[in-house]
Design a protein. Sequence first.
Length: 218
Amino acid sequence: MNKEEKVNFVINTLDQLYPEIPIPLDHKDPYTLLIAVLMSAQSTDVRVNQITPLLFERADNPYDMIKLSVEEIREIIKPVGLSPMKSKGIYGLSQILIDKHNGEVPQTYEELEVLPAVGHKTAAVVLSQAFGIPAFPVDTHIHRLMYRWNLSNGKNVVQTEKDAKRLFPKELWNDLHLQIIWYGREYSPARGWDLDKDIITKTIGRKSVLDDYYKKKK
């Protein structure tokens, strides 16, 4: 297959597997999504979804959030990890949203990425999932699969995002990044990988990746 055929194979396979695409992080609006994504750094969506209801019961908007102290926020979110940094970020960004954005979550990379504890990936998730603005957030699953599928060189997530945006049609980005995440979790994990179940990698995978897999299986 040439690269265009590989891209089409990925798109068609993922559409068949995931015609309906669930959103991994539970939320009700842009603000609660922003907080959930921030909390998910170096944690799992399952753990975050267990903790956010406890936080949002106390504060599900920036005005209520700043009524809590950083210490109170930290105590609630401690199970997700990195709670000192995340609690300061949640409090700080909530104050900025009130001071500069009338309590609303902004809709540009530039405005989002200057918020405390909000990086490029978090901003991309919010733009994509909260506002429907085309973005291609790259997490560990997408980074791994783009390399396995020989669609990116695996150098870093910045390059992977550039390659994904170059290869896949813009109108598909918002669905496709979620489909790849679900596929990575279910069919092409980093550990416990069974290539026989991973139809995409088995069909279009990087030769060195396939060779390494079969060597380890011997």
